[in-house]
Design a protein around this ligand. Structure first.
Ligand code: BMA
Length: 372
């Protein structure tokens, strides 16, 4: 029997080897961490990006969520995005004001839901967007680099916001923080063709060190996130270390038509088999941190494609991307969750909601994830 397993049986789950990596984590964060391991065995929590801010056809209607419109229940996990906060902006890159976001985070947390946050920060080398792949940004922000001091200013904005997230009793709201995501892709300035593995690891480690040890942000669980991968060594090539990661995850988007090509289910399943086995070895949580099929033009996608990929694997949560509505000049309403029951995948989304191994907010709230 592994030492950590034995120790968990004897002492509960508070022993070395099964602990969040921030040893000064707030008690709500510690409880969340341990409770998520238990919940992982019951089912996969459903999450939605920007769920409370807007839906495909509306913006800022208090209490509303497209998921709730269809199922009568909120998502269990709420995804939020900090891009442009590093610039000191008041609204994020998707036009969500940070003060409203703070309120939505509070509301989701107080209802018993889970908060996760991503950060599409600008490329520090030229302050163009996160998708600007001019090389040199990662090296420049590391200690000794030309943009290091500027980057400290950026991290201070991030730290201030994360520290400002408070529950009704004044406690810090725990957040699953997912910086520098999809790192195995080559579309962000921290991506794999743009920096070396050592630079990426140093960026992640420096960020954790600065937030945790310098700014005393102790309400975070850190999420390591790749895009889809082939092998465990692909997944781990840029892994910054067990001591700075709590959750192993990847992102996956359906692009081929599932009616004629079932590779999405197989590939996601294969990735999850690798991920869950690494997570078991390393005592980490697991997630499909972003997933989706834009506009879901396939009736059985939720149960026949997505849930099939998860099968019985212990996946803590999956998060569908945002119901952005019209983006730019587009004439279609971009969405990753149906916003009307009569839509192509509407009935199947309800079947997905009702499946015994999916968890939405009502069920998750009963778990009291922030209490011992
Ligand atoms: C992308 C798209 C963009 C958005 C970005 C950050 O996947 O949804 O429209 O700006 O995420 O949220």
């Amino acid at each position: 029997m592994k030492k950590a397993v034995l120790c968990a049986l004897l002492l509960g789950t508070t022993c070395v080897g099964i602990a969040q990596q921030d040893k000064k984590a707030t008690k709500e964060t510690v409880h969340l961490y341990h409770n998520l391991f238990k919940l992982e065995k019951k089912g996969v929590m459903f999450g939605h990006q920007d769920a409370l801010a807007y839906g495909a056809t509306w913006k800022y209607q208090p209490g509303r969520s497209d998921v709730k419109d269809i199922t009568g229940d909120y998502p269990a996990v709420y995804g939020w995005e900090l891009g442009h906060l590093e610039q000191g902006a008041n609204v994020n890159l998707d036009t969500v004001p940070f003060d409203k976001m703070r309120g939505f985070i509070h509301d989701g947390y107080e209802r018993g839901g889970v908060i996760t946050i991503s950060w599409h920060g600008n490329n520090p080398i030229n302050n163009k967007s996160a998708w600007d792949v001019t090389p040199g940004g990662v090296k420049a922000v590391l200690p000794g680099g030309a943009k290091h001091d500027m980057f400290i200013g950026w991290l201070n904005h991030i730290a201030d916001f994360l520290l400002s997230l408070k529950g009704d009793k004044g406690e810090a709201i725990p957040v699953l923080f997912r910086p520098y995501h999809e790192l195995t892709g080559n579309w962000f300035w921290w991506g794999k063709n743009i920096c070396t593995p050592e630079e990426y690891k140093a960026l992640f480690r420096f960020t954790v060190h600065y937030l945790r040890d310098v700014r005393n942000v102790h309400n975070l669980l850190y999420v390591y996130n790749t895009s889809q991968f082939k092998t465990a060594s692909d997944f781990l090539e840029r892994y910054p270390g067990d001591d700075v990661v709590d959750v192993l995850s990847f992102d996956a988007y359906q692009s081929k038509n599932p009616a004629v090509d079932s590779s999405f289910t197989k590939d996601v399943h294969d990735n999850l088999v690798i991920l869950t086995s690494l997570a078991a070895q390393k005592h980490k949580l697991t997630a499909l941190a972003e997933v989706g099929y834009e506009n879901i033009p396939y009736a059985g996608w939720w149960t026949g494609v997505l849930l099939k990929a998860i099968d019985k694997l212990p996946v803590s949560y999956l998060l569908a991307w945002r119901n952005a509505g019209y983006i730019g000049n587009s004439t279609t309403l971009s969405h990753f969750v149906p916003y009307d029951k009569t839509q192509v995948s509407g009935a199947d989304f309800i079947r997905f909601y009702e499946a015994p191994n999916t968890l939405f907010e009502k069920e998750v709230a009963k778990e009291k994830l922030y209490a011992k």
